[in-house]
Design a protein around this ligand. Structure first.
Ligand SMILES: Nc1ncnc2c1ncn2[C@@H]1O[C@H](COP(=O)(O)OP(=O)(O)OP(=O)(O)O)[C@@H](O)[C@H]1O
Ligand SMILES: [Mg+2]
Length: 570
């Protein structure tokens, strides 16, 4: 004979055991606020009101917390069940952050009094529990009772008011600024979704009364507090904007330093990995003191420094901005920092911050740590980002603008110069030929001018108003002279030929190259040699000019080739 019996209904002592387990798994000052906030945000996301509103009051003097949302509410028929440990109705809802059904249990069993009011489509209800905390910690066999009632409220949403059992809770020692910071960087009220353009449509009014009765209040949108939030746009720059600026022209290292120096460089990235989109926001600060400056900017006292404790994988970084790898899931910052183990360039680790959003993070009860395999993936993303900052940015962000370019190596440069072709000219002191740049061409011109060449040309002034290279005269006639290595360089400067022929009289260059000749014919110009060369000046206006570049047979520019004058190697 046998019979089938249900055997999985727990008795009071077993439930109490479960509840104690839940209570013991939480360890952060902000945990109660995080669980209440997470539930409020979930309820709002589900209800999609025109605008979500959350009102949160922490009264450290009275030892109470009150939170009100305009979310979906709780159906009176479900209320008692949902107050039990491990009860959740969020399974299968991918837009809901809650998953385990323990957050409310943790809150409830931390209180001497718990009052809830809720309105849902099917009706309204109230529930009150007194002495939940001491019940959990006692071992008598009495049942814990909940007082339920009905109220006439049409205000959608839920209001929870609790008085905490432990009035010495560290939560009540936090300053208004620290709490605001914690709410926006460690709870669902600081939604990271806005970083990726999908802000949570919700705002918060947070009021605080500290232990001495000082009252403060602030209203904010439910957005994560990025380190750059209060800064002037000059103080930071995105990697994307920098790369665009860099691609606009050939930027020298000095320009790059000027662009990045003393600025926070940040990057918004996305990676498809392990079947999901992993998003991240990272930044690199010029020096560690920046974290302190930022913290002070947000009213966070940096003296009130917690011991930076690294308890296994759980790092406590305190209520201040800092470097590190932080995590978020479904828009909720977890407050969990993963330790980065130095592996090369470790000295820069404190300059680096990253928050990685992974929609599928799984936590332990108490949300203190992330499953091991997932940690590895998050760390890899952080390391890769970090290495890029070290490789591409460090040398420009920190250090002085006037510092010599670290990549500039004198010896190397002179070795390079040694390999440039010898000039070997009896009429010039220069030892090397100009290497595709006009400065040497100009210098050689002036050297020859001083030695008596171009005798009827009188130089007046160089580079006046930065427009043309040299202004001078031949007799009463004014002359505009440009220096170039070759003609191609001149064409690069003048896309409009007519303008070039109108404004320039003479171009002094090193030589006419084959490439120049083909550009000339492509453009429908003609290039003719002026007979006689060096000694005959009859055909040219500019003494000793070698070529004439013609446009439509009327306008022309004369060309002096320094190579023809200096005759290298002859
Ligand atoms: N502010 C609220 N508005 C509507 N329903 C709520 C609210 N707070 C709690 N609930 C209901 O109570 C249930 C239990 O909440 P609890 O925080 O314990 O679990 P959870 O959010 O589902 O999961 P987690 O343990 O991961 O937070 C929720 O699933 C939800 O149905
Ligand atoms: Mg919850």
């Amino acid at each position: 004979m046998s019979e089938k019996l249900s055997f999985l209904t727990p008795d009071t002592s077993q439930i109490r055991h479960q509840i104690k387990g839940v209570l013991e798994s939480y360890s952060h000052e902000w945990d109660i606020l995080a669980e209440l906030s997470q539930n409020a945000v979930d309820a709002i996301v589900r209800a999609t009101p025109t605008r979500g509103h959350i009102e949160l009051t922490v009264n450290a003097q009275a030892g109470t917390i009150e939170i009100q949302d305009n979310g979906v509410g709780i159906a009176p028929a479900d209320l008692l069940r949902l107050l039990r440990p491990f009860a959740s109705d969020k399974g299968g809802h991918t837009n809901q952050i809650g998953q385990k059904g323990v957050g409310l249990t943790f809150v409830l069993f931390s209180t001497v009094s718990f009052e809830l009011e809720t309105h849902e489509a099917s009706g309204s209800a109230t529930a009150a529990v007194h002495g939940a905390s001491s019940w959990a910690n006692s071992d008598d066999n009495t049942d814990l009772l909940v007082e339920v009632g009905a109220i006439a409220t049409e205000t959608a949403g839920t209001r929870i008011k609790i008085k905490l059992a432990d009035h010495d809770l560290p939560l009540f020692d936090l300053t208004f600024a620290e709490l605001t910071f914690a709410l926006r960087t460690r709870t669902a009220l600081g939604s990271t979704n806005f970083i990726w353009g999908e802000p949570l449509n919700c705002d918060v009014k947070f009021s605080h009364i500290d232990r001495s009765g000082n009252a403060n209040a602030v209203e904010f949108d439910c957005n994560y507090l990025l380190p750059t939030e209060k800064l002037k746009s000059d103080d930071y720059i995105s990697v994307d904007d920098y790369l665009e600026w860099r691609s606009e022209s050939d930027r020298s290292d000095a320009e790059k330093r000027r662009k990045l120096k003393d600025r926070i460089v940040y990057f918004k990235g996305k990676k498809y990995q392990a079947g999901r989109d992993i998003k991240y926001w990272s930044c690199f600060v010029p020096n560690r003191a920046v974290w302190q400056t930022l913290s002070e900017l947000h009213g966070l006292s940096v003296e009130h420094v917690e011991d930076d404790m690294a308890d296994g994988d759980d790092m406590f970084v305190g209520f201040k901005f800092s470097g590190g790898l932080s995590t978020s899931s479904k828009g909720m910052p977890t407050g969990i920092f993963l330790e980065l183990k130095p592996r090369g360039s470790a000295g820069y680790f404190p300059n680096f911050f990253i928050i990685v959003e992974d929609p599928s993070l799984s936590f332990d009860i108490g949300r203190k740590s992330i499953q091991g395999r997932q940690q590895g993936m998050l760390r890899e993303i952080a390391y890769e980002e970090f290495r890029r900052y070290v490789r591409d940015f460090v040398k420009y962000i920190s250090g002085s603008i006037d510092d010599p370019d670290p990549s500039y190596d004198r010896e190397e440069l002179f070795a390079e110069i040694a390999s440039i072709a010898e000039l070997d000219s009896s009429s010039s002191k220069f030892a090397k030929r100009p290497n595709s740049q006009e400065a040497t061409v100009a210098a050689m011109f002036f050297e020859q001018l001083g030695a008596g060449q171009f005798s009827s040309f009188v130089p007046l002034i160089s580079g006046y108003r930065g427009r043309y290279d040299l202004y001078g005269k031949i007799g009463a006639k004014s002359q505009v002279v440009e220096f170039k290595f070759d003609l191609s360089g001149l064409f690069r400067d003048f896309s409009d030929e007519r303008k070039m022929f109108d404004e320039i009289n003479t171009v002094v260059l090193w030589e006419i190259t084959e490439k120049d000749r083909s550009i000339v014919s492509k453009r429908g110009l003609t290039l003719t040699e002026i007979g006689g060369g060096l000694l005959t000046t009859t055909n040219s206006k500019f003494p000793g000019a070698h070529f004439r570049l013609n446009l439509d047979g009327v306008k022309s520019i004369e060309i002096v080739s320094m190579r023809k004058i200096l005759k290298p190697g002859e």
